[in-house]
Design a protein around this ligand. Structure first.
Ligand code: FAD
Length: 488
């Protein structure tokens, strides 16, 4: 028996469900990854016709694949990497290798499900089986249901049931040890170097300097986090502190196994670690949003989870567009919001507390449609993942399942005072504010002339004046959301 493993969000050679089953059932196993033209082409910047687009994710994947290829070559195999449409490439590769089965892991996005269905139909025409497995979550689809067998839409009871259902077998690692020679050499016509980033329209971005793109890199981050996990509940809300795991991008591309992470967290939870208990809860949020998307695929079409919220009238005038640009560029005049947007623009990462703050600010201070923010995050986040991103945005805008109530409106100044009390995070990204006192840094326009002068700061020149007044915006938002009052 010969098999092809089609890699997508599972870029590792250990504890990987599809790879395990391929190795178990076949004598010769090849692995392939397709840079999907249909996903990559829209990422190319329209205004840089002759230049290359710096997309950190594409670079991160590319470097990760290069390492996987090297690892496979050491074992006599190699990685087949092509740029094209999976629906063309996968059946062609499978036929050229004369495999009986293509193995892959479940993807829960509607467009990916449609793609997989199309690939499977074509493979079947050639007598090739298409086998798929759960890999990127602990529980999927309808595995966790309410007592009346319906899908959960509230997180806490979902989590309780998730924890009750969990057994050792759900966390057991898949053995992916190949027999000697099982990773077969790639036949000549298919044995090509990885398509270069440049040939696909992209360039290097330097992402590896802060996010090592491989399972080893992910493992190193994990080991570092495990020395801090017991204090997660204390530091996790403070962006200036190294309190979170920074594992989301490795998880997104499957360079780490979710089972391994849950095993670590669950064992510590049972031993009484509060930090591990809260961190595990975050991993369960991840499962929750995958489950929500797979049961409500309409969410991928941009609709609100609660349909009445689509009656809200968002600001869309040319002034609103300018405000949106100010938000994107970190020029709103609210330091915590601006520093957060700079963190995103400079690194592709944004701390969870800040994602909540900037999402609330966009929707409830600027009155701008959450979909604009969702799209901006989708373009810039290294860990962009449709289900969690949509879930996070709909949580902040109150339109989601188990979202925060519409009348709960974060105050960007008090959030700043509470979660960046010394202004350390703000100063990291807005050095022009570095001479302001910890009292003034959260709302510079409230400082007196003397302090501003002493800090060499001219508002409007060195740093913007606030683009909106929070108290007025708050009142407007309550009116805007009054269309949904009856359903909340
Ligand atoms: P940690 O705090 O160490 O958490 C560990 C892991 O748990 C994360 O890596 C992630 O996989 C999962 N997790 C944590 N919080 C959440 C959450 N609220 N929802 C779902 N999973 C969670 N996360 C993404 O992975 N991709 C996204 O595109 C994304 N977009 C978001 C948009 C908004 C508006 C908001 C409010 C949140 C979003 N999140 C997203 C969730 C969360 O902010 C990130 O997962 C987290 O900040 C990643 O950093 P970390 O790995 O250090 O997290």
């Amino acid at each position: 028996q010969k098999a092809l493993v089609w890699l997508r969000r599972d870029l590792r050679l250990y504890d990987q469900a599809a790879l395990h089953h391929a190795l178990k059932n076949s004598g010769s196993v090849w692995l392939a990854f397709i840079f999907d033209q249909e996903i990559l082409e829209p990422l190319i910047e329209k205004d840089s016709v002759n230049e290359l687009t710096p997309d950190r994710r594409v670079d991160f994947i590319w470097q990760g694949l290069k390492q996987l290829d090297a690892e496979l070559r050491q074992q006599g195999g190699g990685l087949i990497v092509q740029f094209g449409k999976p629906v063309d490439c996968i059946p062609q590769i499978a036929q050229a290798l004369e495999v009986q089965t293509v193995y892959t892991n479940h993807d829960y996005e509607p467009s990916a499900i449609a793609r997989d269905t199309a690939v499977s139909v074509l493979l079947k025409k050639h007598g090739i089986e298409f086998e798929t497995f759960k890999d990127q979550v602990i529980f999927e689809k309808k595995e966790i249901l309410t007592n009346s067998n319906t899908v959960f839409s509230i997180f806490t009871p979902y989590k309780n049931n998730w924890l009750k259902t969990l057994q050792d077998k759900d966390l057991a690692a898949y053995d992916c040890t190949p027999k000697k020679g099982q990773f077969a050499a790639i036949p000549k016509p298919l044995d090509k170097p990885l398509p270069s980033l440049e040939s696909m329209g992209f360039c290097t971005t330097g992402i590896e300097s802060h996010l090592p793109p491989s399972p080893e890199g992910g493992q190193a981050l994990l080991e570092d986090f495990l020395t801090r996990i017991d204090h997660y509940q204390i530091g996790r809300d403070f962006p200036a502190v190294k309190g979170v795991s920074y594992l989301s991008t490795h998880l997104r591309f499957g360079m780490l196994s979710i089972r391994g992470l849950v095993r670590e967290a669950h064992r510590r939870m049972l031993a009484g670690s509060m930090g591990a208990t809260i961190w595990l809860s975050e991993l369960i949020w991840r499962d929750f949003y995958f489950m929500i998307l797979s049961n409500h695929p309409r969410l991928a079409d941009g609709v609100s989870f609660k349909p009445d919220y689509d009656n809200i009238e968002w600001e869309s005038s040319s002034h609103a567009k300018k405000l949106f640009t100010a938000w994107c560029e970190g020029k709103t005049g609210y330091p915590l919001v601006d520093a957060a947007m700079h963190q995103l623009n400079q690194s592709g990462y944004m701390h969870n507390r800040l994602r909540m703050v900037v999402a609330s600010f966009l929707t409830k201070d600027l009155g701008i449609d959450w979909r604009w923010g969702e799209a901006y995050f989708a373009k810039h986040l290294n860990d962009f993942e449709l289900s969690s991103n949509n879930g996070g945005w709909q949580w902040a805008s109150s339109s989601g399942c188990d979202a925060q109530p519409y009348f709960r409106i974060f105050n960007p100044i008090t959030q700043s005072e509470k979660f960046d009390p010394e202004g350390k995070f703000i100063k990291r990204y807005l050095p022009q504010l570095s001479k302001l006192s910890k009292k003034s840094i959260h709302a510079p326009w409230r400082s007196g002339h003397i302090e501003l002068e002493a800090a060499d700061l001219l508002l409007g020149r060195d740093y913007p004046l606030p683009v909106v007044d929070h108290d007025e915006a708050r009142k407007k938002t309550l009116v805007r959301y009054s269309v949904v009052k009856k359903v909340t």
